[in-house]
Design a protein around this ligand. Structure first.
Ligand SMILES: Cc1ncc(COP(=O)(O)O)c(C=O)c1O
Length: 530
């Protein structure tokens, strides 16, 4: 029996059109079908879905077959779907054609697939999970699979800051009165869809006093991380089919939430910074429901939008009240090196009463992702709508942890920021130095902050990411951060997070060089070698 693993791909693979039983292409990667069935999936789309399939013990063909079978079990590879030709999948995965052929054979032996002359290899009908069919995110597959790699450069997740770990180990040291007596958080119902009042007030104070963004508690909702903040805004403000403009590349979590909401995503080239003329043109032409930007320490480039451009975005927001402009500040307090001054203020600081300028943020990258604490700053009306959506999702984030977080934000923030900067700089320097030594041909824009490098590795980085996995290094191929897949050139880039220990990062670079070499010596399919 083939074992159990589960993943979720990044964008809907199969989109049903209005006609009963018909199938049309989604993002150009699923083509029209076979006897009214589910069409075909191309090799790169399947590679994205497969995630970290080789990160386990056993022969590669068996691991590959296991993974495909699990995707079929969850309905992400629907019955009737034609799998890529062996040769193309072998190239996309950077393995030999024999490996793919053996995997397909095992699938046939297990009754999961069938092959017919001239019709390729198809998934056969079997029991699936219907709700999983349109859920898609190869980016998060590392988290979903619980797989282990020696150097995980795919997730920009930080260690718990020691001040936070100490507070969690002994909450009494920070909570004081909030731990006992009539003010105790445990004396409440514990249900706060808008967030614990103490934390809403602490976040409002933090934005006003430290980040130059005036805010009152009524303009704040506490969310389960920045990801839920984005998801709630999308749920409340974007209807299926509406256009949403994002930087390209961008944070893959927002792409996932947008695809699930059925938004039509428009990418604005941003690999070397966002051109405000281009943004203005897209807003005037498409009238998007939402514009999502990461102006400070952009994920993945680490670049900063200049103050003059921010002023222009604020003016554009004033001219287009029907479009929600979202400033994601999640990485704003993570500068790299001694910048000449602090980054420019958040977008909403240029027009604090402009109702369609919204900010989101998170403590995940400064304090610890395990706190799962994020926020939205918006007009009280939008906050009320987001709270209704949050109540439907989870009735509020964990109250006790919110009390601890409020105390930390009020009393220990400066210490945590200072500690995290040292932590961050050491890791950035370790990775940048090791890459320069091992891969002198790779280039990246010098980041002003954040947790990642946007590296131009050249060639097909999906195949490179697969080869790197087999060297024990997980990285994110650029296409997973792009609204246009490979079309905008993101397929030549890798996102490398520098959140692992410096010695791990230093060891990862030569392995990436080994993977790059393996890729360049891999035999190519016949149609390329002519
Ligand atoms: C720009 C950006 N926004 C949001 C998030 C999600 O934050 P959280 O972990 O708090 O959900 C991330 C995480 O990497 C991010 O980089």
């Amino acid at each position: 029996m083939i074992g159990t693993i589960m993943t979720v791909p990044i964008r809907p693979l199969v989109t049903r059109s209005g006609r009963a039983g018909a199938v049309r292409a989604s993002a150009g990667r699923v083509s029209a079908g076979w006897a009214g069935q589910a069409g075909a999936i191309d090799a790169h789309a399947l590679a994205d879905l497969l995630g970290r399939w080789p990160a386990a013990d056993g022969p590669l063909y068996r691991l590959l077959a296991t993974r495909i079978a699990r995707l079929a079990d969850t309905g992400e590879l629907p019955a009737g779907l034609r799998l890529p030709p062996e040769r193309e999948l072998a190239a996309a995965l950077s393995v030999s054609r024999n490996t793919v052929a053996a995997a397909y054979q095992l699938l046939r032996d297990e009754g999961m697939a069938e092959s017919r002359q001239g019709a390729g290899t198809r998934i056969v009908p079997h029991r699936t999970t219907p709700a999983a069919v349109h859920r898609a995110n190869g980016f998060f597959s590392g988290l979903l699979e619980n797989s282990v790699v020696e150097a995980d450069l795919s997730l920009a997740a930080v260690d718990c800051a020691p001040q936070v770990a100490a507070a969690l180990a002994d909450p009494g040291t920070v909570l004081g009165r909030a731990l006992s007596g009539s003010d105790a958080v445990t004396a409440t119902s514990g249900y706060f869809p808008l967030g614990l009042p103490a934390l809403r007030a602490a976040i409002a104070g933090h934005l006003t006093d430290r980040l130059g963004l005036p805010a009152g508690p009524a303009e704040i909702i506490v969310t389960t991380g920045g990801q839920q903040a984005l998801d709630l805004l999308i749920r409340c403000e974007v209807l299926p089919g509406q256009p949403v403009a994002v930087e390209d590349p961008t944070f893959p979590g927002v792409l996932d939430a947008l695809y699930r909401a059925g938004a039509r995503v428009i990418g604005l080239p941003a690999g070397a910074g966002l051109d405000p003329d281009r943004l203005e043109h897209v807003v005037r032409t498409h009238r998007p429901a939402m514009v999502y930007l990461i102006p400070t320490h952009h994920n993945p480039t680490g670049l900063v939008m200049p103050a003059g451009d921010r002023r222009r975005v604020a003016r554009l927001a004033a001219e287009h009240p029907g479009t929600l402009f979202v400033d994601d500040m999640t990485l704003a307090e993570l500068p790299l090196g001694e910048a000449p001054g602090p980054p420019p203020p958040p977008l909403a600081a240029f027009a604090p009463r402009q109702g369609n300028l919204v900010s989101v943020g998170s403590l995940s990258k400064l304090y610890w992702g395990g706190l799962r604490t994020g926020w939205i700053r918006a007009s009280p009306g939008l906050i009320a709508r987001a709270a209704a959506a949050k109540a439907a999702a989870d009735l509020g984030s964990a109250a006790f942890q919110q009390a601890i977080t409020a105390a930390l934000l009020t009393d220990r923030h400066g210490d945590i920021v200072a500690w995290r900067r040292e932590w961050l700089w050491a890791r950035h320097d370790a990775l940048a130095g090791a890459l320069r030594a091992a891969l002198p041909g790779w280039t990246w824009p010098e980041p002003r902050g954040g947790l990642t490098l946007w590296v131009r590795a050249g060639g097909d980085t999906s195949a490179l990411a697969q080869a790197a996995l087999r060297q024990g290094v997980a990285v994110v191929p650029g296409r997973l951060l792009s609204a246009s897949g490979d079309a905008g050139g993101a397929g030549e880039y890798l996102r490398l997070a520098f959140t692992q220990a410096p010695d791990v990062l230093a060891r990862a670079a030569p392995r990436l060089a080994g993977a790059a070499l393996a890729r360049s010596t891999q035999p190519r399919p016949a149609r390329w070698s002519a």
